[in-house]
Design a protein around this ligand. Structure first.
Ligand code: CDP
Length: 255
């Protein structure tokens, strides 16, 4: 098969420059029954996230006496892409993605404040077009904050990688499938920690370091939109008179 050219005259297939993100929209508080929720449209990806908890941990054998257990479930709707073909239920890929996203949130949620409970995070991909794990994680981070779960930071992320020999950010499906390397990255802008890094393909050390720099820079925009969505949600709640009191100036979370 002839190799697909992904960059022509410095522009990508959809006209973006190397480090440009696809259009990103984030809305917090979209589901009535969940404790926290968010909806993300990222390029052609559409993802819903819902958070329940801290709540009673069932089954009881999952209970940890010292901290809340964080449980994550990433699923693709049977209608989200051509490849899904109407299949449903968990599979190897969704199990892996749920696991790596759980590990991200286990590192930021202040779970020790809620012993013997569970915090459940559900992510449903309604439409997919490359980069769904990062879109799901972005939505879930906002949903966790919307649920009032204390965290070290609101995690953000972006996929970076290599297409046509160049390091670029935020791959669409064709770039993901036909590029040389795809590296989803989740990180904390506040602490500078990388919380998720997966990689396929081959990169030199310099290319990897450049890709990480681009991930930190590009995900600043994601972080700003997450915070804006949460501020809009708070303003909505304030207007309805159901917002929790604002913390006093300079107040710290009690450890
Ligand atoms: O979505 P993400 O890039 O995090 O994960 P991936 O496994 O690299 O998948 C890349 C893309 O392939 C997805 O975003 C979907 O568009 C598509 N895909 C699909 O449609 N159905 C699957 N079962 C797996 C992947």
């Amino acid at each position: 098969m002839e190799k697909m050219q992904l960059i022509v005259n410095g522009k990508r297939m959809d006209g973006r420059g190397l480090t440009d993100l696809r259009p990103l929209k984030i809305k917090a508080g979209v589901l009535n029954k969940a404790d926290g929720s968010a909806y993300v449209e990222w390029g052609n990806n559409k993802v819903l996230a819902a958070v329940y908890g801290p709540r009673e941990c069932i089954p009881r054998h999952d209970v940890n006496p010292y901290h809340a257990v964080v449980r994550c479930r990433y699923t693709m709707a049977p209608f989200c892409s051509m490849e899904e073909h109407g299949r449903s239920g968990p599979n190897r890929r969704s199990t892996e993605i749920s696991k790596v996203i759980r590990e991200v949130f286990e590192n930021v949620v202040l779970a020790e404040h809620f012993p013997k409970t569970a915090i459940d995070v559900y992510m449903e991909v309604l439409q997919s077009d490359g980069g769904t794990r990062i879109a799901a994680l972005t939505a879930a981070a906002v949903a966790l904050a919307d649920a009032g779960i204390p965290m070290k930071d609101i995690v953000c992320g972006v996929a970076v990688g290599k297409i046509d020999g160049q390091i670029a950010a935020d791959f669409g499906k064709y770039e993901d499938n036909f590029g040389e390397s795809d590296i989803p990255v989740a990180l904390s802008q506040r602490t500078g920690e990388v919380l998720l890094l997966q990689m396929d393909g081959l990169l030199t050390k310099d290319e990897l370091m450049k890709a990480l720099d681009i991930a930190f820079e590009a995900s600043k925009q994601v972080s700003e939109l997450q915070i804006r969505a949460l501020k809009e949600r708070y303003a909505e709640k304030e207007a309805k008179g159901i917002a929790p009191a604002r913390p006093a100036e300079g107040a710290q979370w009690q450890q």
